[in-house]
Write a protein that binds this ligand. Structure first.
Ligand SMILES: [Zn+2]
Length: 163
């Protein structure tokens, strides 16, 4: 089911909770993931969106769905309770967000990250991520902590001034 997107700054500032690993295969979590996929696919056509966090459909759980294009094939990848364990390098990335339509912010992101997460089947995975996916996952992980790109951008400008 395509769900409404959260635009409210107060709601987007809310921190999401981890999913209890035993609940990953529960009907409730399954239905949140299915709705996230439907909503992302809807907006990916309209806004060229590639990732969505559960808080953007009003579910405050640490669930991320990324739509990856491999040739003409599209696959959705699910990251549950994603944690960034290590990060290396720095790169400026121009980012947009379906919750902040038509606004773009330049954010500093790492070049490479090591992440830990549960996949849709409930298996815990640790892996190193490179390339464009790093920025997308950092963006979506921030949503889980209640941080939008607007807030991240302001915070980074402040840090730069203090340097
Ligand atoms: Zn976003």
């Amino acid at each position: 089911m395509i769900r409404d997107i959260t635009y409210s700054d107060t709601d987007l500032s809310r921190k999401s909770e981890d999913v209890i690993p035993e609940d990953i295969n529960s009907p409730k979590v399954e239905s949140i993931i299915n709705d996230m996929i439907d909503t992302l696919e809807h907006y990916s056509v309209q806004l060229n969106a590639i990732g969505i966090s559960a808080c953007q459909i009003g579910e405050y759980k640490k669930i991320i769905v990324i739509c990856r294009r491999i040739g003409f094939r599209r696959t959705n990848q699910v990251f549950i309770n994603l944690k960034i364990l290590e990060q290396y390098g720095e790169i400026n990335s121009e980012e947009g967000c379906i919750s902040l339509p038509n606004r773009f912010y330049v954010i500093k992101r790492p070049k490479t990250i090591k992440v830990g997460y549960y996949n849709r089947q409930g298996k815990y995975i640790e892996e190193e991520i490179r390339g464009k996916l790093v920025q997308i996952l950092c963006h979506e992980a921030d949503h889980g902590d209640g941080i939008t790109i607007k807030r991240r951008c302001i915070q980074q400008l402040r840090e730069d001034e203090e340097r």
